[in-house]
Design a protein around this ligand. Structure first.
Ligand code: HEC
Length: 127
């Protein structure tokens, strides 16, 4: 007689895929415009991470604590290096520019992956 109790579980299970779809669409649409911003934020995290870039051990960088001064302060990067490929090259293997540098060849030594280097370069370009 009362058929709502019979259909209720059915309705609920029908709702699950719809909710998942709504969630997916939400994630996909929110990822787009925020991308550049989040890549730079991720790059900052990687640059400051002791187990990753650890750039602060040698460079003064805005927003970072207890920096070392073995390397030059990283600032005005966009005017010094208008071409981001130059920065990618420096992070990949600075020994190519300066064979006697103490800066680790992050790409060549696989301390950082290519996407990680690109995220750090995005961050450097905000300095
Ligand atoms: C062990 C010390 C050391 C570490 C760690 C280090 N660097 Fe360096 N870096 C240097 C030195 C020294 C130079 C100066 C140029 C040279 O030696 O060839 C330099 C130069 C640079 C330059 C060129 C700056 C300019 O004005 O010419 C950039 C950009 C740079 N480093 C970015 C980074 C980033 C990003 C990280 C972290 C992923 C990092 N460095 C980690 C020592 C270091």
């Amino acid at each position: 007689m009362n058929d709502t109790s019979a259909t209720r579980p059915g309705r609920l299970t029908n709702l699950v895929p719809a909710l998942l779809l709504a969630l997916l669409v939400g994630i996909m649409t929110s990822a787009g415009p925020a991308h550049a911003q989040s890549a730079a934020a991720e790059g900052q995290q990687l640059a400051f991470d002791i187990g990753k870039g650890n750039c602060l051990s040698c460079h003064v960088i805005k927003g970072g604590d207890l920096p070392g001064t073995i390397g030059p302060e990283l600032k005005d990067i966009k005017s010094k290096f208008p071409d981001r490929n130059e920065l990618v090259a420096i992070l990949n293997d600075e020994t190519k520019r300066n064979p006697r540098t103490v800066m680790p060849p992050f790409g060549r030594n696989r301390i950082l992956t290519e996407p990680e280097i690109n995220a750090i370069v995005d961050f450097l370009q905000t300095l």
